[in-house]
Design a protein around this ligand. Structure first.
Ligand code: FE
Length: 195
């Protein structure tokens, strides 16, 4: 079955229109979260090329970057049992679960940048979304809820996230800067009107 790329294209257009209203971060998260929830509530649009797990580590495929780098959209593909380090984003992010399930464990930082787990890990099921930002809680660790199959979440960030300098946090305290980049060899042609 051909992927229904029009669903992603319409999301990009709607999200771009929202960003163009120059909302506050709180407004953007409030209005943007249901847009992403709509996108991830139907699993018929992500091309297989952007749903491929890597046996060694989780993959992050760029689906769209706004021409002014005001936002970017990424598919995160978790192989069985894969997880991130404890990390931050430095910009707002909206995370929507498309396939499978994942756990997000929030952390706060004590002096010396030592991460302290807070609240229970949140399990995201298909169609559900969560938000992160420096203003509301930006440090977490995410993992596939399954040890025997792939899970996929769709992330929208308030920057060209693959080029943002941010941090991973060591369990014993301290941080290391990193730039995630992207796993893509190519981009989806979401602007083809025949798709
Ligand atoms: Fe994250």
């Amino acid at each position: 079955m051909n992927p229904n790329l029009s669903r992603l294209r319409e999301f990009v257009t709607a999200f771009g229109a929202l960003v163009a209203t120059r909302p506050s971060e709180a407004e953007l998260l409030r209005e943007g979260a249901p847009l992403l929830a709509g996108l991830v509530s139907v699993d018929d649009w992500l091309p297989d090329e952007f749903a491929q797990a890597d046996p060694v580590r989780y993959t992050q495929y760029l689906l769209h970057a706004d021409s002014e780098q005001r936002f970017s959209i990424v598919s995160f593909v978790w192989g069985p049992g894969q997880s991130t380090p404890i990390h931050d984003h430095t910009v707002w992010g909206i995370i929507g679960l498309l396939r499978g399930a994942e756990y997000s464990q929030p952390y706060r930082l004590s002096p010396g940048d030592r991460p302290i787990a807070q609240d229970p890990a949140k399990r995201l099921e298909p169609g559900q979304v969560e938000v992160v930002s420096p203003a509301i809680g930006d440090v977490h660790q995410v993992r596939n809820a399954f040890d025997d199959r792939v899970s996929i979440s769709i992330h929208v960030y308030g920057a060209n996230i693959g080029g943002v300098q941010r941090s991973v946090y060591l369990p014993e305290g301290g941080r290391k800067t990193f730039v995630s980049g992207y796993s893509n060899a190519v981009l989806p042609n979401i602007w083809s009107i025949t798709a």
